[in-house]
Write a protein that binds this ligand. Sequence first.
Ligand SMILES: NC(=O)c1ccc[n+]([C@@H]2O[C@H](COP(=O)([O-])OP(=O)(O)OC[C@H]3O[C@@H](n4cnc5c(N)ncnc54)[C@H](O)[C@@H]3O)[C@@H](O)[C@H]2O)c1
Length: 285
Amino acid sequence: MASANFAGKQAIVTGAGSGIGAALCRALVARGAHVLCTDVDVDAAERTAGGLGAQARSARVDVTDAAAVQQAVDDVVSRAGRLDLMFNNAGITWAADTELLTLEHWNSIIDVNIRGVVHGVAAAYPQMVRQGHGFIVNTASMAGLAAAGQITSYVMSKHAVVGLSLALRSEAAAHHIGVLAVCPAAVETPILDKGLITGIDGREFYRMGQRSRQFYAPDRLARDTLRAIERNRAILVAPRKAYAGWLLARYAPGVMQRMSIRFVARQRASQQAVAPAAHTEGMTA
Ligand SMILES: NC(=O)c1ccc[n+]([C@@H]2O[C@H](COP(=O)([O-])OP(=O)(O)OC[C@H]3O[C@@H](n4cnc5c(N)ncnc54)[C@H](O)[C@@H]3O)[C@@H](O)[C@H]2O)c1
């Protein structure tokens, strides 16, 4: 897919039941695309698709299940003859001092945030190579470009997504396939309140990280993402004020590390001020 026109394009969005995924579905349909809205929470996926008319359908897809992701791709290709856009967006997070993470936490984030994207690429990319065009959009995060403590497993997973996206992009270009890593700072979605272990206040955590009270709006991010696809960009860092963090991490990693150490210290001080909540097991964010 070269650029510009989303009208009539065939798209799949994972994690479409909430937040950024739902906003991507709305933006795509508004631009004339046909979208398969998928989520492990099928009711949520249905709610997203239900509000979007005939251009949207829904399906239960758990991205940790490679066969289910493949089935979603096959479904679109058998109906439309092609898949133009694949949004590997589903994700979870864990926020805690790293010694509190169990192997279950580590494995769940590897399964959803890394394997989930791998499953999307493994299912969609060969089809796009066969058809000679396409665009893969992987929702990473600023945490894929800069490292902050207390979200170690999340940072690891999003660095993997950025690496996968950039490496794939360099060989996909020859097949007229674009690859974009979306790297937003904190976005106003339910994930900010999920995956919190031992009393961390997610909103305070991310607010302190970005030194601003206001979070980026998911519908704005979705519009910025479609614009980045049109421009065939490799990485979308958004909102604009997040650029400073990216540049600092790239060009002054020592300074960034020292800032990160101070950030964790400030976080710990503010976390001691609140009573520890019950350990939040099995949450997907
Ligand atoms: N909100 C932010 O601040 C922010 C910032 C940067 C990146 N991101 C990334 O954006 C993506 C979307 O997050 P969001 O903020 O919209 O969160 P969200 O919690 O609102 O939505 C995530 C969706 O993913 C779904 N999901 C979880 N596990 C799944 C699985 N195994 N299979 C399929 N679907 C699954 C959930 O049911 C949910 O509907 C994630 O990859 C997240 O890491 C979010």
